[in-house]
Design a protein around this ligand. Structure first.
Ligand SMILES: Nc1ncnc2c1ncn2[C@@H]1O[C@H](COP(=O)(O)OP(=O)(O)OP(=O)(O)O)[C@@H](O)[C@H]1O
Ligand SMILES: [Mg+2]
Length: 397
């Protein structure tokens, strides 16, 4: 209901239009501006009267004006309510030539004065600036993440390289002691060889010659085996892809090696290795693991002793390797520390405390787990669990 004092709905609407946060503009059928609110005039830097009766292209940068006119013509043929600029960037141009991004909504309407289009215009420079800043931030973040990833990869590679060197260095410290044992291993067959060759020189009987030849072959094979074992152990692990490693073979090689090391021959070995699926690893490194464990066991046995080694399959996808000695055992307070680098209870010339540290590094490198416990009857038991190799690539040798 209205009364005489009511300012009238038109006045209220007019006021509302003037103070609306978006610019409002009415364009007639001929593309001329019929009405602008104050917000729109301010947005484009004009006084409202300046815009009246001007073609609407006055608010559009030159390069878009022609396309705009085509749009207007199409729009006149099939007008409907829509947002302009969805999917493409629209720009307005102010009186002083400043271009800025806008969002435009259009609505056709039939008035007594003809068909009009009501347009709402929002200056989205602020939003665009924030979007741009966000985009730059995102780019910067991506750059930082990529940089950090590269650094981490480089650090990881460096760590791997250092570990390789450490593994190799640790191996070489034992090679020195092994060599004296191996000298002894080679001397015996050499002595036999020498005697056989001498006998052969004067022997007339062909049968006896054959027997001497067989003996020579046996002894040279023995020497070759001994040398092969040492060089297999001493050489750096191949950089090639992982190979299927047969634990039984590793154990046999490690036992042969350790027997040649000082005190190695006074210990009895009980080997109960079952044929288990191979582990994906480098042979030399698994050999180093078993050799280190056996050497520790021998060093922990004061007199004659016994070392038991067994391998078995544990479930479908892992295998275990156990090495148990009847030596001194490890005091409870040391159990947690034996895998620490440089932890040793041996004298300065006896041990560096690196053996078990390296053993664990190698085991974890191949996704294995190592544990240690003392056994009730005296002595220590190490157990390693490895995942079974997923597939069987070709052997390296
Ligand atoms: N089978 C074992 N029985 C008793 N103690 C052991 C046994 N294995 C390891 N240990 C203890 O763990 C310590 C650490 O062993 P680790 O092999 O890491 O170093 P190390 O043998 O002292 O020196 P390195 O191996 O560098 O020559 C040993 O000093 C010893 O005290
Ligand atoms: Mg050791």
């Amino acid at each position: 209901m209205s009364n005489a004092n009511d300012p009238g709905i038109d006045e209220v609407s007019r006021l509302a239009l003037q103070v609306a946060p978006s610019g409002v503009l009415v364009v007639d059928d001929g593309g001329c501006i019929n009405f602008v609110n104050q917000t729109l005039a301010d947005m484009f830097g004009y006084r409202a009267e300046e815009l009246l009766d001007e073609p609407v292209e006055i608010l559009i940068p030159q390069q878009f004006a022609t396309t705009h006119r085509k749009h207007v013509q199409n729009y006149a043929r099939g007008p409907q309510r829509r947002d302009m600029g969805s999917g493409r960037d629209l720009e307005g141009i102010s009186k002083d030539g400043r271009r800025f991004p806008v969002e435009v909504g259009l609505r056709p309407t039939q008035t007594p004065g003809g068909r009009m289009v009501v347009a709402t215009v929002i200056d989205i420079s602020g939003r665009k600036a924030i979007e741009e800043r966000l985009r730059r931030h995102e780019e910067e973040l991506e750059r930082l993440v990529a940089e950090r990833t590269r650094e981490l990869e480089a650090a990881q590679q460096e760590k791997e390289r250092m570990l390789e060197q450490l593994i190799q260095a640790e191996k070489m410290t034992t090679v020195g002691t092994l060599v004296s044992g191996i000298g002894h291993e080679i001397n015996n067959p050499l002595y036999v060889l020498h005697a056989a060759a001498e006998a052969l020189r004067d022997e007339q009987d062909i049968e006896k010659c054959r027997a001497l030849g067989d003996e020579i072959l046996r002894q040279t094979t023995r020497i070759a085996e001994t040398v092969k074992n040492l060089s297999r152990y001493a050489r750096p692990a191949s950089r090639q892809d992982l190979q299927p490693v047969d634990l039984e073979e590793v154990v046999a090689d490690a036992v042969r090696l350790v027997r040649q090391s000082p005190l190695g021959d006074r210990v009895e070995f009980k080997i109960s290795t079952a044929t288990v699926p191979p582990v994906a690893a480098r042979f030399e490194e698994i050999l180093q693991v078993v050799f280190n464990l056996l050497r520790n066991a021998i060093q922990a046995i004061p007199g004659d002793g016994r070392i038991e080694i067994d391998t078995r399959q544990a479930g479908d996808d892992s295998v275990t390797l156990c090495i148990q000695d009847n030596g001194s055992g490890i005091p409870d307070k040391h159990l947690k520390r034996v895998f620490d680098p440089f932890f040793t209870t041996k004298g300065p010339d006896q041990g560096e405390g690196l053996g078990l540290y390296i053993v664990r590094q190698i085991v974890t490198r191949y996704a294995g787990v190592i544990s240690v416990e003392n056994v009730a009857t005296g002595g220590t038991r190490f157990e390693i669990r490895f995942p079974v190799a997923a597939e069987t690539p070709g052997r390296e040798e």
